[in-house]
Design a protein around this ligand. Structure first.
Ligand code: HEM
Length: 488
């Protein structure tokens, strides 16, 4: 079977390469012609400097080889020196304008779907389907985005998430032993998945949750695969896994409908089912419950893991964070009160640690958009049909914006005005597609850190961060823990 696949892939690549070289030449000539005529109209704007390099592959190989290194932004740095903060390139099969300029990226994020639409690899769009929140544009996207965002912000959900999260964290941490390493990344993934599924469809841990977890792993394995949907192919297996998950979610939704949906929504499914819009069909809702797991499943546990990594490497920050959390715990113990969500979010130094982890870790390195028309920004021309990569990582590590940008320094946020940082700090994106899960993410990480530092001391084994295709730890962050007997 594998041999057959190799032959099919080689044939497909050969035919595609030949066709693409011809089409590529034509399209670049057309694009340049249009650009020249655009330049006649807009004399000030011109295509950014840079190179499209090789037909078809462009600069993709160089981009990926840098992405695999511990300095993925070196691809950008080299070109920034040659061409400036905004440059043209050719990545993943598309002529692309790369923006490492905070203002240009902000403009792109703030623009609506008449100007820019999301652009994802073909395998990803096939897996998500046309009605996914991550792909749709216009009023339906705004409506779903608004409903989800408002729900994730509601004090009611935050209270529920806090209770659930505390339960899952205590169950997981209660089972940790002291004579073997604990893999923080795996533990965080397990906890965050349970929280996410509970928030989306009120599912509790059990057989269905295990089934969903297994199918979801099969599903996401195909996100960066070859876009070939034939029996046995990676994409096909992922689509089958999605079908099985959607089947399960559909049954849950039907059960909700027949038992009557509560007016106070318990989960995201309730929120969408309660909405009067005819466009929000049961099929669309079921599909989107799975698609919503894509941005939420990996990012939060990676943020938790990176925070532990940076704290393990910075004892002063760890000490201050521990003191802050222990102080709150002692106070609450004295009062005989449980911690509520606002207690977790009100710990100022803990929030600075999370913010700094977001800046340095760059869980989402940037986002891709496609221009729906010729666009001019700050004297640069982005031709219609070209992609734009707004690369947050370069902005977050720009020394003109952050002193000693490669140093983990949570204190930098203590006197920084977050309001004036809108363009230079965008870990959750911005504009109409600003991450609706951002409050949830911060709350989850705060709860995880609180319980970890108030219950354990630990020694971390050496491990390193990998940045491609997604951010994570090479060895899944093994640590040796010791319970803090004196404070429990
Ligand atoms: C550390 C955690 C997280 C980070 C860094 C993060 C980052 C981002 C970014 C950068 C975007 C913008 C994408 C774009 O502009 O195309 C985004 C969108 C989104 N995020 Fe998150 N995210 C996180 C957690 C979550 C969680 C927990 C959820 C909950 C389900 C979530 C749900 C979404 C959704 C639904 C969108 C798409 C919004 C739309 O296109 O309308 N994210 N996220």
């Amino acid at each position: 079977m594998d041999d057959l696949w190799s032959i099919i892939i080689v044939l497909a690549v050969t035919i595609t390469t030949a066709t693409t070289i011809i089409l590529y030449r034509r399209s670049i000539i057309r694009s340049c012609n249009r650009t020249r005529s655009s330049n006649k109209l807009f004399t000030k704007s011109s295509l950014p400097l840079g190179t499209l390099a090789w037909p078809l592959v462009g600069e993709t190989i160089d981009f990926i080889s840098c992405a695999y290194s511990d300095r993925p932004e070196s691809f950008m740095e080299k070109r920034r020196r040659l061409y400036g903060k905004v440059f043209k390139s050719h990545l993943f099969g598309s002529p692309t304008i790369v923006s490492t300029d905070a203002e240009v990226s902000r403009f792109v994020l703030q623009s609506d779907s008449k100007v820019f639409v999301p652009s994802y690899p073909k395998s990803l769009t096939e897996l998500m389907g046309k009605s996914s929140i991550l792909l749709i544009n216009g009023s339906l996207q705004r409506r779903i985005h608004g409903l989800i965002g408002a729900f994730f912000k509601s004090p009611h959900l935050k209270a529920q998430i806090t209770k659930d999260m505390e339960k899952y964290v205590q169950e997981a941490m209660g089972s940790w032993g002291e004579d073997y390493p604990i893999y923080i990344q795996d533990e965080a993934k397990n906890i965050a998945f349970q929280v996410l599924v509970k928030a989306l469809i009120s599912m509790d841990p059990g057989d269905d949750m295990e089934f969903l977890k297994k199918q979801f792993q099969e599903f996401i394995a195909g996100l960066m695969s070859l876009p070939i949907n034939l029996p046995g192919s990676r994409l096909h297996r992922s689509l089958q896994a999605k079908k099985r998950m959607v089947g399960l979610v559909h049954r849950i939704i039907q059960a909700k409908r027949s038992s009557g949906i509560s007016e106070i929504p318990r989960d995201v499914a309730d929120v969408l089912l309660n909405d009067a819009s005819e466009l929000l069909t049961d099929n669309l809702i079921s599909d989107n419950m799975i698609d919503l797991m894509i941005p939420g499943e990996d990012s939060v546990p990676v943020l938790m893991t990176l925070a532990i990594k940076y704290l393990s490497d910075c004892p002063t920050a760890l000490h201050q964070l521990m003191e802050e959390n222990l102080k709150l715990k002692r106070l609450k113990d004295q009062l005989g009160e449980p911690l509520c969500w606002s207690d977790y979010l009100s710990l100022p130094f803990t929030q600075c640690v999370i913010t700094e982890t977001l800046r340095m870790g760059n869980v989402i390195v940037g986002v891709m958009r496609k221009a729906m028309k010729d666009v001019e920004i700050k004297g640069y021309l982005i031709p219609k049909g070209w992609c734009v990569l707004t690369y947050f990582r370069s902005v977050h590590l720009d020394e003109s914006l952050y002193d000693w940008p490669y140093q983990f320094n949570p204190w930098r946020w203590q006197d920084r005005d977050m309001g004036s940082n809108k363009s230079s700090f965008t870990p959750f994106g911005g504009g109409q597609r600003l991450c609706p899960g951002l409050d949830l993410a911060r709350l989850e990480v705060s709860i995880f850190l609180h319980h970890f530092v108030t219950h354990f001391r630990w020694v971390a084994e050496s491990d390193s961060i990998v940045n491609f295709p997604t951010v994570g730890m090479k060895k899944r962050m093994p640590v040796w823990v010791k319970r803090r007997r004196e404070l429990i």
